[in-house]
Design a protein around this ligand. Structure first.
Ligand code: ACO
Length: 376
């Protein structure tokens, strides 16, 4: 006989169904990759048979609706009770997600807001064949951006391992350090009955670290404060700690490292070049930003490493000096002991690196990829 906990337990990744909907159509439905941070390490929910947790999103403005349905609920016996799902999910979704389906449907069918555009400002339009994509960006201090983030932050828990939602209760000064990018597909005409031509595909958050330059004269060590430890990544090297009394701590006028913190393309849009388009658009934004000295990535996973390597390499290959990079085989074949420094022109490379704002370790990796690709 089956253990009674088995028949009353469901795998939470299977139970959760995420959909992108328009007033008259479900465009896509998919499951999360991870739910352990929400439902526990086992990724299992106790107390239901036929459980379905529907997180339905209006495909453009990402207003969510949460529906929990099941065939049978475990009758509470003593201390054994079914998992109380609503309070668990309340921490991850805005209050409006808990309204009735009829209210949600009426709201998304309301065509009076047909001029809706994504939050922030339009940064880039990308044409690929017959498809048009738009990248929008805004500061996290912008209320419209915050509202959007409250709706979609659960996606970080669903798709990025160890990803955690941002804390929106920070001070305005702290929120201003974050830029949020949104990737949308835009259809020229709104699909029949749809109030918007925009379909949400993914988003990314980027944090600015200022690069501290010591004031003159230097302050005494007794007044220095340690920089908080950031999570490790291949880009990690620490800039000196900020000084309490340094006059140029005004973040807005400071040279920065801009670090991609969270980056998600929804499953229906993966493996179609959308991650690359989005990454390059974000990269272009910070290349054009005079305050950004380096573009880095926080804790990239293997898939993001691949995406970044390929796109950084493609970008650098457009630079004639980089493309002409060769190993001086005569020198390298004769070399005994350590490889001579003049095997490649390190000075020219450093100029390219700083021009493209790529962090040293990532740059070294891409240079290596380029040199290896030249070996017959
Ligand atoms: N047809 C088929 N394959 C294609 C096409 C196409 N038209 N275009 C690109 N591809 C291939 C690429 O060559 C690449 O192949 P590879 O995996 O063998 O290298 C692959 O598809 C992925 O490239 P893109 O399509 O440009 O990227 P994608 O849109 O799939 O995005 C990403 C990749 C961001 C990792 C996405 O899968 C995702 O969001 N995953 C979930 C969340 C996540 O892991 N985020 C990164 C966490 S790290 C961080 O946040 C800093």
């Amino acid at each position: 006989m089956a253990d009674s906990t088995d028949i009353w337990s469901v795998e939470s990744n299977d139970a959760v169904h995420i959909s992108l909907v328009t007033p008259n159509k479900t465009l896509h439905t998919f499951h999360p990759k991870f739910t352990y941070s929400i439902f526990g390490e086992e990724e299992s929910i106790f107390g239901y048979q036929g459980l379905k947790i529907n997180v339905k999103y209006h495909a453009s403005d990402m207003r969510p609706l949460l529906q929990i349905t099941y065939n049978k609920k475990f009758p509470a016996v003593g201390t054994t009770e079914p998992t109380d799902l609503k309070p668990i999910l309340e921490a991850y979704l805005p209050k409006t997600a808990f309204e009735k389906q009829s209210i949600f449907e009426a709201a998304i069918s309301d065509t009076s807001n047909s001029n809706w555009t994504p939050p922030g400002e339009l940064w880039k339009t990308i044409q690929s064949g017959s498809k048009t994509f738009e990248v929008w960006k805004g500061s996290l201090a912008d209320l419209a951006v915050q509202q959007m983030l409250k709706r979609i932050q659960i996606l970080v828990s669903f798709f990025i391992e160890a990803g955690t939602p941002l804390d929106l209760r920070e001070t305005e000064e702290a929120l201003k350090r974050w830029t949020v990018f949104f990737l949308y597909q835009k259809t020229t005409e709104a699909t029949a009955g749809t109030s918007s031509p925009y379909t949400f595909m993914g988003y990314s958050t980027v944090y600015r670290y200022f690069m501290y330059q010591p004031p003159t004269p230097p302050v005494s060590p007794a007044t220095t404060k340690k920089e908080p430890v950031q999570s490790a990544s291949r880009d990690d090297f620490k800039f000196p700690a900020p000084e309490d009394n340094a006059p140029e701590l005004q973040f807005s006028s400071h040279p920065c490292r801009s670090r991609i913190s969270q980056f998600v393309i929804l499953p229906p849009f993966q493996k179609g070049g959308n991650g690359s388009r989005f990454y390059n658009a974000i990269f272009d934004n910070f290349l054009a930003d005079p305050k950004t000295i380096e573009i880095t990535v926080e804790d990239p996973n293997e898939a993001f490493d691949d995406l970044r390597d390929l796109n950084d390499l493609a970008r650098l290959r457009l630079n004639p000096t980089f493309a002409a990079l060769r190993i001086n085989t005569k020198v390298s074949l004769k070399a005994k002991g350590p490889v001579p420094r003049d095997i490649i022109d390190t000075e020219a490379l450093e100029k390219i690196r700083t021009k493209f704002k790529i962090a040293p370790r990532q740059f070294a990796r891409v240079v290596e990829m380029q040199l290896l690709s030249l070996i017959p």
